[in-house]
Design a protein around this ligand. Sequence first.
Ligand code: TXA
Ligand code: MG
Length: 331
Amino acid sequence: MLETKVLKADLEEDLMMAAFLIKQGELVAVPTETVYGLAADASNSKAVEKIFIAKGRPSDHPLIVHVASFEKILKWAKDIPIAAKVLADIFWPGPLTLVLKKSDLAGDVVTGGLNTIAIRVPKNKAFLRLLEVLDTGIAAPSANPHKRISPTTSEHVMYGLSGKIAAVLDAGPCQLGIESTILDLTSSIPKILRHGPITKKMLEDVLKVTIESPEEHSEKISGNMKDHYQPYAKTFIKSLKDIQNIISLSSNLHEKIGVMHYSELVGEHKNIVIRKMPQDKLGYANSMYDSLHYLDQMGVSQIFVEIPSAEEDWRDVLDRLSKASAKNNIF
Ligand code: TXA
Ligand code: MG
């Protein structure tokens, strides 16, 4: 067991300690605008291997490499299409990951043996500073144990990985709270592999072409596995009416249950831990993982989530909730 240090992103000496640990080949959880990432020097395959051990992640699941600016992707990717530059000019730094052909320098440990690489420039100031100081690419999946809920605070990271990583660099809650959009640019039609804050429409408006977003694709993409992002409590997506019924029967409950809703609920609710969610998409996405973590930690046996909006820009939220409840809902 390691003693995981909690470092503060606004303290220069802590930031330099995080840089030093990464340079030494250690793992440090770092803040990004999406979720906390588990960082290792992408050019050090021994360090990258530690990510898979700490997370319990299968070794053929590729990682995202983070770099300080568009120019730095040249080291990791080749045959870069013009669309990558057009998108980077608009969305980087930010929550868009591009899948490109990998360069010979990009190691197999990072790419899970694929001939492509996922890459992005993150927006968090402290993380960008680390990338500049270290002048390398940083491989970083979300800093949670494999298949569990992504972390949006340093406390979430500690809950899942304390004792398994050298440090966490705390910069408070993540600004967006949901993982980046992943766009594959390696074939003639760009394809969304994971929905995220940059929507299909936002991408199409910039590229002026139709983008594919298949419901199902290769299982290699771990975020695409049906049972990802799982709370410990059994999770269900339900209509408001069903949730209302559950609440009306709550006085007979023998164990605590959790409810995440955004519509108005009526009636007394005993034995129920409630999280009232924001009604706007950004607000909802921002507190989604935090609410699932909170309900889990309150020791509820089941979580009932009111079915979110079916609007296109809610696709990422619906995707993560469907996976959180995959064992229990039939979609
Ligand atoms: O917002 C994010 O993207 C966060 C922060 C830390 O940057 N990272 C993140 O990483 O969500 P992770 O490992 O939890 O999810 C990355 C996803 C995985 O589903 C992985 O399979 C996919 O990206 N991926 C990585 N490389 C790929 C590639 N070459 N082709 C297709 N998918 C890839
Ligand atoms: Mg993840």
